[in-house]
Ligand binder design. Structure first.
Ligand code: AMP
Length: 308
């Protein structure tokens, strides 16, 4: 099943307590499509400037990602600069230069319109709705957003959410969107906006998935070396959606497995800058880490230990 993603392709400059890197390949759609490419066919929709080297496009193609929808426009590629302190959960944005992204109007190539899965990465919610209007009969639609749109384009965002099956956001965004500090209550409020499923990412504390039947909690992989958290959220979404589309099964239990595959991809990406760690994974590495997750969370039914 093919999976459409619309989002940013970027040059990132990132500083963490462990090192820094300038103008490295990044962007929500880049991380998402690379992670998803281990599971399913990906149709990428994004815009870059004239300064975007063919070597990066060739990398995406080498992962089997369809780049027909990657537009090249006059001007410069989107740039983001961020910094993390020892508390690696949240980036401090230092600079955002929209450049060609500012006037981006996503137009889907004809061959993308019958994509069965859609991921609306973190972009202007008006553009997210434009993209939804161009796909013919998607079976599953997931979406991300950020504080900037929650406060600046709330009405447009609520309109997008009416058509979304799965919203994947972090805990701060969930609280802000629901205007509610308690995450369980926030989840109920957000699901009343449209998404049947809500996944709340909590960085090193893992992820929670809410739907009408249950709450599922997944830990984050306890890594000894977290180098750069950039892209963890998008790689999580890529692994999650990639697995769902690969298995064509949107049941509760399969979604739980998808959350673990998302967590696996996120755990790899944070081990190095940019896409360096997830560029050349092999399926055994992915599967082995999935099994380690299973082991990590396995425990037995309680014995009869209670006294009258
Ligand atoms: P995350 O998975 O949340 O760490 O996303 C990181 C990626 O988001 C970086 O590679 C940035 O290039 C990209 N990014 C940061 N700010 C924006 C924005 N305002 N719009 C689109 N993409 C962004």
């Amino acid at each position: 099943m093919s999976l459409l993603v619309v989002g940013s392709v970027a040059f990132d400059s990132v500083k963490t307590p462990f090192g820094e890197a300038e103008e490295i390949l990044g962007g929500s759609a880049t991380y998402f499509s690379t992670a998803a490419s281990y599971f399913t066919e990906v149709n990428l929709v994004a815009v870059v400037g004239e300064d975007f080297p063919s070597q990066h496009v060739n990398f995406l193609k080498s992962r089997g990602i369809n780049t027909d929808g990657l537009e090249k426009q006059d001007g410069k590629t989107f740039r983001w600069k961020g910094e993390y302190g020892y508390q690696l959960n949240e980036a401090q944005t230092l600079e955002t230069h929209l450049n060609v992204f500012e006037s981006f109007k996503p137009l889907l190539p004809q061959s993308y319109r019958d994509s069965e899965g859609v991921f609306l990465a973190n972009i202007n919610p008006e553009l997210q709705t434009d993209v939804l209007n161009q796909v013919t009969s998607p079976k599953i639609i997931a979406c991300d957003t950020m504080n900037f749109w929650i406060s600046g384009k709330r009405d447009a965002l609520l309109k997008t959410l009416e058509h979304v099956d799965i919203l994947i956001i972090n805990d701060g965004e969930a609280r802000q969107l629901a205007m509610e500090a308690n995450l369980v209550k926030a989840a109920r409020i957000i699901r009343s906006y449209g998404p049947k499923h809500l996944i709340i990412k909590r960085g090193e504390y893992g992820a929670l998935m809410f739907n009408s039947q249950s709450i599922f909690a997944a830990p984050a992989y306890p890594l000894e070396n977290v180098f750069d958290p950039t892209g963890a959220g998008d790689s999580f979404a890529g692994g999650f959606m990639g697995y769902l589309l690969n298995t064509r099964n949107f049941s509760e239990s399969n979604m739980r497995q998808a959350v673990i595959f998302g967590s696996v991809m996120a755990s790899f990406v944070v081990e190095d800058f940019s896409l360096n760690r997830i560029k050349t994974l092999d399926y055994n590495e992915i599967h082995n880490r999935y099994r380690e997750f299973k082991q990590l969370t396995h425990f037995e039914e309680s014995a009869e230990i209670f006294r009258q």
